[in-house]
Design a protein around this ligand. Structure first.
Ligand SMILES: [Zn+2]
Length: 405
């Protein structure tokens, strides 16, 4: 499984200059290729990244001689990334590629034959060893490294293909949990626990507004403008760090405590279009939450079960399965017309997600039965037939865990 570790670089001025130059070469190549792509496409051609890379190679000595001062990997990889961006666009996974901007998209990527990692140092072509703030966290085959700027600091993100770091968890807590991600609270667990989201953005929003206003008043190219720019991007970095740290803590806790985790397959893109919600959703980092949860669950041999997008976790009564026809977003509590149970909207959703996750694991168990794990699965099924309770859930999960990886 691919894992990335992002580490701050301790670099001197010479190294910083090199990184800025290499990022510039990558940006130029990317933007040049995107421009070419659009021109060729408009002229009825069929642009490909391979052809564009070849073309750049043939003209760069003449047109962009400064590119030769840095590793040729930087412009090459940028065009490969453009090809990938188009692939994602055609597969409807991403928006149409946009031009890279200076300061914002300062980064370049190296393939594994171009650099070496040695304890807490990384060797960059044409430059030599650069110190890293910590050593690489994962063991495995190194795939690539991306060096990027955030405000005035440089980071390297090293991608590693790590063999599944399986840990047979025979711990006490082999239970399932459903987690409802929300707008008013970040996460509601089916156990009743509620996590008030990390919302650094709102808290720092005033400062952000003030800084960006100040920036627009300053003259372009002036020293003060550059200073203000740096301040602003530092604040951006601080905000995203706060968010990421909080999400790391949460996902570590969840994957440590639970064996099976049911979450909703939020249609985040659709929700982002709803502008009222979008700010808090972006703040909450649902994407990041899902990404971390998935890779940590993989490492620890835990199972994340995604509910179908149309699974009406909020509208179904957890107690009797009655389904409401309509439930407005603002309704935080409701009573079931069939069984009379009072529901907290989010808690009820989380409980439904737990139920969903557990029953989807039962399906795994029955597949196992066909594959010769008959006894195990039958035991699990029998226990399940008794009815839902925590202890049964626990047994069921233990017996079926062989089917999860
Ligand atoms: Zn009910």
């Amino acid at each position: 499984m691919l894992l990335a570790h992002k580490i701050e670089l301790k670099c001197n001025n010479k190294q910083k200059t090199y990184f800025a130059k290499a990022s510039g070469a990558a940006r130029k190549a990317y933007n040049w290729a995107l421009d070419e792509w659009q021109k060729q496409y408009a002229a009825g051609g069929k642009p490909t990244e391979t052809a564009l890379r070849r073309k750049l190679n043939s003209i760069k000595r003449e047109q962009f001689p400064w590119m030769l001062e840095v590793t040729k990997n930087a412009p090459q990889m940028a065009i490969i990334q453009l090809g990938q961006a188009f692939k994602n666009f055609f597969a409807k996974r991403a928006d149409y590629p946009s031009f890279r901007k200076k300061w914002i998209d300062d980064r370049f990527t190296l393939t594994n034959d171009q650099f070496a990692v040695n304890d807490s140092r990384i060797r960059i072509p044409h430059l030599g060893w650069v110190r890293m703030r910590e050593s690489l966290r994962f063991v495995g085959k190194i795939i690539s490294a991306t060096i990027s700027r955030a405000a005035d600091k440089w980071f390297v993100s090293i991608t590693v293909d790590a063999p599944g770091q399986l840990r047979t968890t025979a711990n006490e807590n082999q239970v399932a949990v459903g987690i409802d991600l929300g707008v008013s609270d970040f996460a509601t667990f089916s156990t009743g626990k509620v996590i008030k989201g990390p919302k650094p953005h709102k808290a720092l929003l005033c400062r952000l507004k003030r800084l960006s206003k100040g920036l627009s008043r300053k003259q372009k190219g002036s020293k003060n403008r550059n200073k203000a720019k740096l301040k602003l991007s530092r604040l951006h970095r601080r905000i995203s760090n706060i968010r990421r740290d909080a999400i790391h803590q949460l996902t570590t806790e969840i994957t440590r405590d639970f064996q099976v985790i049911g979450i909703e397959d939020l249609h985040v893109k659709g929700m982002m279009r709803n502008r009222k919600l979008s700010r808090s959703i972006a703040d909450m980092g649902f994407f990041e939450f899902r990404r971390q949860l998935n890779y940590k669950a993989n490492m620890l041999n835990k199972k994340v079960v995604l509910a179908d997008r149309w699974f009406a976790s909020s509208k179904i009564c957890f107690n009797c399965d009655y389904k409401l026809k309509f439930l407005s977003l603002s309704t935080r509590e409701w009573s079931c017309p069939q069984c009379g149970e009072n529901h907290d909207r989010d808690l009820n959703a989380a409980k439904n997600l737990e139920k969903m996750a557990v029953s989807s694991c039962a399906v795994v168990a029955s597949f196992d039965a066909e594959n010769g794990f008959l006894n195990k699965a039958c035991n699990a099924m029998e226990k399940m037939a008794v009815g839902p309770s925590k202890s049964i859930t626990r047994n069921r999960l233990q017996t079926t865990s062989s089917g999860f990886h």
